[in-house]
Ligand binder design. Structure first.
Ligand code: DX5
Ligand code: ZN
Length: 220
């Protein structure tokens, strides 16, 4: 409980008409990384942005870019996201299934941090054997597609289970949670062992983004 959590504001809730200024704004506000939600309208029922947007944002910020790919066949695009300036690239188990291991290896071979994402209804058993390969595991606490949804508290058990697996085996892997994080739910995620909290609407709808980022850290 003493360790600090990192905050990754999700650019999904930013004003896309001034995305460069928005990523600079959260960097100055004290964000630890920028979470970039890439949606293809097939894996999820929404469309956001792609490779060029990541590349153009890269010119505006030196924050680590955490690219959450909500797309089918991510193996076709991970190299382009890597070249565009992603630092972490995470892919959904539900999109890759039996290919997940090879996509994670592909991301690592590009010199980037690789992560697997699981939806609220996907069990930890599906990804347990992949943990030694992962630099990050992302647990979704909403069904992906949209910002501003309600936190699904049932996923906290999975966070605790993954935390235990990482610690007991000494894996070099961080645990991230995404969806519905606000002043009330941040502490629950922290107590369940998450290292990084993604927060979209909480940060971008706040009057003072810096103050909100500090609150979400839940420092004792
Ligand atoms: C949902 C995205 C999230 C989302 C979080 O598909 O992966 O990153 O933007 O937004 P909030 O924090 O508003 O739930
Ligand atoms: Zn996300």
């Amino acid at each position: 409980m003493t360790k600090n959590v990192k905050i990754a504001p999700s650019m999904l809730s930013a004003d896309f008409s001034k995305i460069g200024e928005e990523v600079k704004r959260i960097e100055l506000a004290g964000a630890d990384m920028a979470h970039l939600d890439v949606m293809d309208g097939v894996f999820v029922p929404n469309i956001t942005f792609g490779i060029k947007m990541v590349k153009d944002m890269r010119k505006c910020s030196s924050l680590p870019f955490d690219c959450h790919l909500m797309i089918v066949n991510p193996e076709k695009y991970v190299e382009q996201f890597a070249l565009a300036g992603a630092d972490y690239i995470t892919v959904h188990f539900e999109a890759c299934k039996e290919n997940t291991e090879s996509v994670l290896k592909q991301i690592k071979s590009l010199g980037k941090k690789a992560g697997v994402v699981i939806n609220p209804n996907t069990e930890v058993e599906n990804i347990q054997s992949l943990l030694p390969l992962c630099d990050m595991v992302l647990v979704m606490s909403v069904y992906p597609g949209f910002g501003g949804q309600k936190f699904i508290a049932e996923v906290l058990d999975k966070c605790r289970a993954i935390r235990r697996l990482i610690d007991e085996n000494g894996y070099d892997c961080i645990l991230e949670i995404d969806g519905g994080i606000n002043e009330k739910t941040a502490i629950l995620a922290k107590q369940a062992g998450c290292d990084v909290l993604v927060a979209g609407s909480a940060v971008f709808n706040a009057i003072d983004a810096g103050e909100m980022i500090e609150k979400l850290r839940c420092k004792e």
